[in-house]
Design a protein around this ligand. Structure first.
Ligand SMILES: CC(C)(COP(=O)(O)OP(=O)(O)OC[C@H]1O[C@@H](n2cnc3c(N)ncnc32)[C@H](O)[C@@H]1OP(=O)(O)O)[C@@H](O)C(=O)NCCC(=O)NCCS
Length: 200
């Protein structure tokens, strides 16, 4: 484990965009975009009242994050008629900080205080987002890793008709139905996940 990783990172839950903007992104927060661009995108997400961006911070450096937001309009999940379904868009831990259950702690902290208990939060797991290179895991071992991580926060797998998810057996839909979720929101989630959808 590196010297950086031995230091304890502090979790900040649902911080506001201005605070997030003061943090420096760890250069290895680069799984989905270069770190500066990802940081900029997260600041934008954090400025929206329906969202939550939780981060792990070490000495002013953002070393991990979990981002929750309404599904974007360009996704089929964005056709949510209740406007209340939330997507866990991404979780990422900078490689020197991995292996300390930081992602699990970020998710647990994000659901504290009953946040999102009245709705459904879903996560789409796509093999093309898996960090197989740096973890040395294969598709299915990585899927198990993510499933365990999301289950720790109360997510369970759901079958879906979504063509993108069904395009690989290593993909998966998981969702967390809040303890007090509005039945209309739950029904809408089931409608979205089961309606036939195809590419094109
Ligand atoms: C998935 C991810 C967020 C988990 O982060 P984490 O908090 O470090 O996870 P954990 O501490 O629970 O470790 C999980 C597994 O990672 C692997 N791992 C442990 N230390 C590691 C290290 N130093 N480097 C790489 N992988 C490591 C192990 O397989 C470990 O499983 P084990 O505990 O059974 O040995 C992280 O791997 C990551 O950022 N991946 C890239 C982005 C991604 O896939 N996000 C999810 C989809 S949006």
């Amino acid at each position: 484990m590196s010297v950086a990783a031995e230091r304890a990172a502090r979790i900040e839950v649902c911080l506001d965009g201005d605070r997030l903007a003061t943090l420096e992104p760890h250069p290895a927060i680069d799984m989905f975009r270069p770190s500066a661009k990802q940081h900029q995108a997260l600041v934008g997400i954090a400025r929206d009242p329906l969202t939550c961006v939780s981060v792990a911070v070490d000495d002013g450096v953002m070393v991990a994050y979990a981002a929750f937001h309404p599904p974007s309009d360009v996704e089929s999940w964005g056709e949510d008629r209740t406007g209340r379904i939330i997507e866990l868009g991404a979780v990422e831990v900078a490689p020197p900080y991995r292996g300390q259950r930081l992602a699990e702690r970020l998710l647990a902290a994000s659901f504290e205080d009953g946040r999102y208990e009245d709705t459904v939060v879903f996560a789409t797991m796509y093999v093309w987002h898996y960090d197989l290179k740096r973890t040395g895991l294969n598709d299915f071992a990585y899927k198990r890793l993510l499933e365990r991580l999301y289950r720790s926060a109360g997510f369970v797998p759901f079958p879906t008709a979504d063509a993108e998810i069904r395009s690989s057996a290593a993909n998966q839909l998981m969702a967390r139905i809040g303890a007090h979720a509005d039945p209309a929101v739950v029904e809408e989630f089931h409608r979205l996940r089961t309606r036939p959808r195809f590419y094109g």
